[in-house]
Design a binder for this molecule. Structure first.
Ligand code: SF4
Ligand code: ZN
Length: 311
């Protein structure tokens, strides 16, 4: 029967390939919200009174997370503020910022925009044009990731946030696992998870409440909820190894629809062993230049910046 498994409504909007479950619009929205809230409880991601800083790009993942975390804010369980990072990607980021601001305003959530330019004196576009001239340099996402993590951590501390929430989904997380495995980055693997473990009180705990939601279901959720979302893709995304791995996993998922879940579950079982065997108990100090936590003399962001100054 082609009707909703929960309420019998004949207008189904999804038939899940993994489980065969069929749902109508309302039941899909409800069950997705319940799944995220259940994971928040199961993994102990939030506690009453947490001051949550949400990374809000305006894309579907973070807008969906805003929608769901706002239900906890409305019930006075958490405080919520949204931050959008403007990396300075001309022709792309401007629209995302507007959409992020509209979403936050609609829900009455405090919203702040912070830029690479104000913290590092240059935009991501500047960084890329500077580095494209040399062969063998890292791609845009490596720089972007390092500088973004730096900003999130700094802003979270300045704002007194107790958790940083990001919209990483099942596809993102599976990509990270496969990518780091293929590159032999076992140290990085030991740090992948639904909740970061703080090695210093200068690091704010990061949580990923959408880690078990496939990207396709997030896209369907925002359409079903008629949320205002930035659908454009970052012009630098296509260059990354992550994108290649993502395409490979998507291709495999066509014939093997449960492959992302099994990769995640298998990894989560292996992780304690990996941590026991491979995590380095390095002492976390502070960067000589900026004061952010790091295990080296300089944090990664300052290492890039000083390398460029010395060229
Ligand atoms: Fe930054 Fe890469 Fe994401 Fe673009 S795709 S915003 S460059 S991390
Ligand atoms: Zn630094």
């Amino acid at each position: 029967m082609n009707s909703c498994d929960k309420c019998g409504n004949p207008n189904i909007i999804i038939k899940k390939k993994q489980s065969g479950q069929k749902l109508c619009k309302d039941c899909f929205i409800k069950s997705t919200q319940n799944k995220v809230l259940k994971d928040i409880r199961k993994y102990n991601l939030l506690e009453k009174g947490d001051n949550v800083l949400l990374g809000l790009s305006g894309g579907k993942d973070s807008v969906m997370l805003l929608d769901i975390l706002n239900t906890l804010k409305k019930r006075n369980i958490i405080d919520l503020m949204a931050v959008t990072i403007d990396e300075g990607i001309c022709g792309y980021r401007e629209e995302g910022i507007e959409i992020a601001a509209r979403n936050a305003k609609k829900l009455g959530v405090e919203h702040k925009v912070v830029t690479f330019k104000e913290y590092f004196g240059m935009t991501l576009d500047d960084i890329i044009s500077k580095n494209n001239v040399k062969e063998g340099r890292r791609n845009a996402c490596t720089y972007c990731g390092v500088f973004r993590r730096w900003i999130f951590n700094r802003v979270a501390r300045d704002e007194g946030a107790t958790k940083i929430a990001t919209g990483h989904n099942l596809d993102d997380e599976t990509q990270s696992i496969v990518m780091n495995y293929l590159e032999g980055n076992i140290q990085n693997l030991t740090r992948i998870g639904v909740k970061s473990e703080t090695r210093s009180n200068r690091f704010t705990v990061k949580i990923k409440p959408l880690r078990e939601i496939p990207e396709k279901e997030i896209a369907l959720y925002v359409v079903a909820r008629e949320l205002d979302v930035h659908f454009a893709g970052c012009p630098y995304a296509g260059e990354s190894f992550r994108a290649e791995v993502g395409n490979f996993i998507k291709e495999l998922s066509k014939e093997h629809p449960t492959i992302m879940y099994s990769t995640l579950r298998g990894f989560d079982k292996m992780k304690p062993v990996l941590k026991r065997e491979f995590s380095q108990e390095s002492i976390v100090g502070v960067c000589e230049n900026c004061g952010e936590p790091t295990v080296a003399r300089l944090c990664k962001a300052c290492t890039f910046l000083t390398d460029w100054e010395n060229e």
